[in-house]
Design a protein around this ligand. Structure first.
Ligand SMILES: [Zn+2]
Length: 445
């Protein structure tokens, strides 16, 4: 039984801006089609790459008559943003663009995205609807620990929270001791950050005598990295808050593409602004509702940089069963797997999230782990280092070996591969102040 300080389900009041969350489906589809036609026309008229691809297929915007026709249009990929760096996909002249953001690429140049004044309004609104969906409102004090700067997380959450009427603390990322002091002294009720950073706050707090369970904090808006349902349970148990999953990506708008409601049953996509499709990654063909595949998104309102059929590399499925909250927006299954995070070991595809849920099934394991891949005599070897509680660590050698074996078995049952498990003391593994790095691949390519 989870003990939480606050039951958001009791709060059923919605901000007026959330009205589109509850549109009857036929009305929503009508709105989507109208917006889709306009945005495809805009991209065709102003974005050279899109125009050329349509022309290569012998298509014009007039060929788009129904929402289903969208599946005939060409995809956009991350590489397209890199190839047209920095401004090649903009559909507005610079004098109409009021903000630029960029996402740091792991290699080479970043990708750059643009917003008109109207785009910023859309973004503010979807972020407001996100925060409202998980029960936040005027009077809440929100500690925004997403990074401010070129990264979209900080400013995205900031403007949404302000528009909601909440009190925003623009603390940005890092400086854990100051975060804890502010959380306690300012009576913070909600926090926005990555789930792994929140775990770090729980740990560091406990060490300096600040127990989050005793603070007024009741809600966490967590995103910017994949996390599992087991991780959610662990966070809620250890801090007494409700943990919600927010989804977004820079290429589409930033945070606020989809957000969980108080039912915590997977993020609702703001479908009046972002049109979702699920495709088979290999063939590019659409998958029916309920089937798992790659999420493809089309921005329905974005002026400065319309994205048509953007391949997110995120693996999920769409659920159209009605949600208890009354929203008519479809939900995506929480994204715990990104095609880019997958690693292949001895021919088997493995996602870090599978290791995470395997570890968290076993009592005594802490939600801090790292996967290390090496190659010994031509064979791939997977070692999983996992922190265990001090109590466990003080146990007898026999007990430790027993736990090691349990963890190893749990991994083997989940992914079908043997892993060497190494138990380490609490707070041994490096903590991240942003996105967690779960896999260290030391195999020579
Ligand atoms: Zn709902």
């Amino acid at each position: 039984m989870l003990m939480t300080k606050y039951d958001a389900r009791k709060n059923r009041s919605f901000h007026p801006v959330s009205a589109p969350d509850f549109l009857p489906r036929p009305q929503l589809r009508e709105l989507q089609l109208r917006r889709l036609k306009a945005i495809v026309q805009r991209a065709y008229d102003h974005v050279g790459l899109f125009h050329k691809r349509m022309a290569d297929l012998g298509m014009t915007p007039e060929d788009l008559r129904t929402l289903e026709d969208l599946a005939k249009l060409p995809f956009t990929q991350k590489a397209d943003l890199r190839d047209t760096y920095p401004f090649g996909l903009f559909a507005s002249p610079m004098k109409e663009i009021v903000r630029l953001h960029a996402s740091s690429g792991t290699t080479g140049k970043p990708i750059v995205v643009a917003y008109t004044r109207q785009d910023l309004e859309v973004w503010t609104n979807v972020m407001l609807r996100s925060l409202s969906a998980c029960g936040l409102h005027e009077g809440d004090i929100i500690q925004n620990a997403y990074g401010y700067g070129l990264f979209t997380g900080g400013l995205g959450a900031h403007y949404g929270a302000e528009a909601l009427g909440a009190t925003v603390i623009p603390i940005s990322g890092g400086n854990t001791q100051r975060q804890l002091m502010v959380m306690k002294d300012f009576g913070v009720t909600a926090i926005c950050c990555t789930p792994s950073y929140f775990l770090h706050l729980i740990d560091q707090g406990a060490e300096s005598g600040i127990h989050i369970k005793d603070l007024p904090l009741h809600t966490g808006v967590f995103g910017a990295e994949p996390w599992t349902e087991s991780m959610r349970r662990r966070i809620e148990e250890d801090s007494g808050i409700k943990a919600y999953d927010i989804y977004g990506l820079t290429e589409i708008i930033g945070p606020g593409v989809a957000m969980e409601c108080v039912c915590q049953a997977g993020p609702h996509i703001f479908e009046d602004c972002f049109y979702p499709e699920i495709i088979d990654s290999k063939t590019g063909k659409p998958c029916p509702d309920g089937e798992e595949g790659e999420l493809v998104l089309t921005t329905l309102c974005k002026q400065a940089m319309p994205m048509i059929r953007y391949r997110t590399r995120d693996i999920t499925s769409l659920a159209d069963e009605p949600c208890e909250c009354g929203r008519t927006l479809r939900r995506i299954k929480r994204i715990s797997r990104r095609a880019d995070d997958m690693f292949i070991i001895r021919g088997v595809n493995v996602f870090p999230s599978q290791i995470e849920s395997a570890l968290l099934k076993v009592e005594g394991a802490l939600p801090h782990y790292q996967i290390i891949l090496t190659r010994e005599r031509g064979l791939d070897v997977m070692e999983v280092q996992v922190e265990v509680t001090s109590a466990v660590f003080g146990d007898t050698v026999g007990a430790l070996e027993g736990l090691q074996e349990k963890l190893s078995k749990s991994i083997e049952t989940t992914v079908g591969l043997h892993a060497t498990v190494r138990l380490v003391q609490p707070r041994t593994l490096q903590r991240s102040e942003g996105k967690a790095k779960r896999v260290l691949d030391q195999r020579k390519m």
